[in-house]
Design a protein around this ligand. Structure first.
Ligand SMILES: Nc1ncnc2c1ncn2[C@@H]1O[C@H](COP(=O)(O)OP(=O)(O)O)[C@@H](O)[C@H]1O
Ligand SMILES: [Mg+2]
Length: 389
C-alpha cells in the first residue's frame, strides 16, 4: 500500500540529517532520502515524486542546480529547501526564479515540517494536472515566503545593531569625561601636534557619538519596518504629519559619502519651505534615502566623470510632488518592468527591497509612486504625497 502514497524525496549530503529526516517523518510520509543531486535526479526520472526537499550546500551538484534541473524535468513536483539562515542569498534567488515553493530553516521542528509536507502533498495532489492552478499557488507561496524571509533578516540584523547601540552608549559615557581627559592631557609628555590632535578628537567625541546613536536608532526603526513587508497596512492609523524639507536635507547628508564615491552631486531644487505631508518622518526618510542611493549607484554605474542626483519638489493643490532624478545608467524595459518586486535586484550586493519598500510606504501613506527611466539617460522616480490639512 505504501507504494500508492505520494513520495517525498529528501536530498542531504549529511548522513545524520537523512536519518533524522527519515526516522521522524517516515511514519507519516513515504520518504526516500539520497545523498546528492545526481541520485535525486535518478529517482525523479524513475518515480513520480510529489515533493522534493533539498539541502542547499552540497559538494558536487548544489541544491540550486538540482532545483533548476528538477523544475525543468518535473515541473509538477513541489520543490522545497531546508537550509540555514546564512544561506539567505541563494534562497532569494531560488524564490525569485520560482525554483522553490518554500524553505525551511534548520534546525527544523518535526511538527512544523509535518505541516509543511502535508501542505506540499495536498498542493501537489490538486495542482499536478493544472499548470494554471500550480502557478497561482506558487505565487501565493512566494509572497508568504518573502514575508517570512523578511522576518528572518530582521532577526539577523537586530543582533549586531543592538551591540552597536550598546557601544555607542558606552562612547557617550566617555564623551561626558572629555573635559577631564583634556585637562589630563596637559600632564602628559606630548608634542604640540599630538596634543592638539587629541584635543580635537576629544571635542568631536560628543557630536560623533550622538550621530552614531541617532543613525543606529534610525537603522533599528528601518529594520522594524522590514518586518511589515508584505503586510497590508491600515490607512487610518497613518496620521503622521511631517515637514519634508529637513528630511530631504537629512537624506542628502546621509547619501553624501556614497555619492562622492560614485562621482555624483546631490542637489535640491524647490521652494525653501514645503507644506507638511501625511507620512511619518522615519518612513519618508527611508523612502528618500533609498531613492537617492539608487540614483547615486546608477550614476556610479555609468562611470562618467560626474553625474547628478536631484531632488525636485513641487506643490500642487493638496499634494506635494517629490522627484528624485538621476542621469545614471537608466533601466532597460525588462528591468523597469520588474523593479519594485521584492528581492528583485540587478546589483551583486543589492537586496532588491529598496523600491518595494518605497512603493509600500508611499502607498500606505495614501500617495502615488511612479518610475520613468531611459537606458543611458537616467531615471526619475516621482512620489506624490497628500499634504496635511
Ligand atoms: N535610479 C536607478 N537607476 C537605474 N536602475 C535602478 C535605479 N533604481 C533602481 N534601479 C534598479 O532596480 C533594482 C532594484 O532596486 P532596489 O529595489 O532599490 O534594490 P537594490 O538597490 O537592493 O538592488 C536595482 O538593482 C537596479 O537594477
Ligand atoms: Mg536600492
Amino acid at each position: 500500500m505504501s507504494e500508492g502514497r505520494p513520495l517525498v524525496l529528501y536530498v542531504d549530503d549529511e548522513r545524520a540529517n537523512r536519518i533524522v529526516f527519515e526516522q521522524s517523518l517516515g511514519t507519516e510520509f513515504r520518504i526516500q532520502a539520497v545523498p546528492d543531486g545526481p541520485s535525486a535526479l535518478a529517482v525523479l526520472d524513475r518515480e513520480e515524486v510529489a515533493v522534493l526537499v533539498t539541502d542547499m550546500r552540497m559538494p558536487g551538484m548544489s541544491g540550486e542546480e538540482l532545483l533548476r534541473i528538477a523544475k525543468e524535468r518535473k515541473p509538477a513536483t513541489i520543490r522545497m529547501v531546508v537550509t540555514a539562515y546564512a544561506d539567505v542569498e541563494p534562497i532569494l534567488r531560488a524564490i525569485n526564479e520560482g525554483l522553490v515553493a518554500r524553505y525551511i530553516i534548520k534546525p527544523w521542528l518535526r511538527p512544523e515540517l509535518v505541516q509543511v509536507l502535508r501542505w506540499a502533498i495536498e498542493a501537489w495532489t490538486f495542482s499536478r494536472n493544472s499548470l494554471a492552478l500550480y502557478s497561482r499557488l506558487m505565487e501565493t507561496e512566494r509572497l508568504a515566503t518573502l514575508g517570512s524571509i523578511a522576518g528572518a533578516l530582521v532577526h539577523d540584523l537586530k543582533q549586531p545593531l543592538m551591540s552597536l547601540l550598546c557601544n555607542a552608549e558606552l562612547l557617550r559615557e566617555l564623551a561626558k569625561s572629555s573635559e577631564t581627559l583634556e585637562r589630563a592631557l596637559a600632564h602628559v609628555p606630548l608634542t604640540v601636534d599630538e596634543r592638539e590632535r587629541l584635543i580635537e578628537l576629544l571635542r568631536d567625541l560628543d557630536s560623533v557619538t550622538s550621530d552614531l546613536r541617532t543613525s543606529t536608532l534610525h537603522l533599528s526603526s528601518l529594520i522594524d519596518g522590514l518586518r511589515e513587508l508584505g503586510k497590508p497596512r491600515d490607512k487610518a492609523t497613518g496620521t503622521h504629519v511631517t515637514d519634508p524639507l529637513p528630511i530631504v536635507r537629512h537624506a542628502m547628508a546621509v547619501c553624501q559619502e556614497l555619492a562622492i564615491k560614485g562621482h555624483a552631486s546631490i542637489l535640491y531644487e524647490g521652494p525653501t519651505a514645503l507644506p507638511r505631508v501625511q507620512m511619518s518622518a522615519t518612513e519618508l526618510t527611508q523612502v528618500l534615502i533609498n531613492l537617492v542611493q539608487n540614483g547615486a549607484q546608477a550614476v556610479a554605474a555609468r562611470g562618467a566623470p560626474q553625474g547628478t542626483v536631484s531632488i525636485v519638489a513641487r506643490t500642487e493643490q493638496n499634494m506635494l510632488e517629490l522627484c528624485v532624478r538621476d542621469d545614471g545608467v537608466g533601466m532597460p524595459p525588462e528591468v523597469l518592468g520588474r523593479v519594485g518586486t521584492p528581492f528583485f535586484t540587478t546589483r551583486a550586493e543589492g537586496t532588491g527591497l529598496g523600491l518595494a519598500q518605497c512603493q509600500r510606504l508611499v502607498g500606505s501613506a495614501g500617495g502615488r509612486f511612479r518610475i520613468e527611466s531611459e537606458p543611458g539617460r537616467g531615471t526619475t522616480v516621482t512620489i506624490v504625497l497628500p499634504v496635511a490639512a
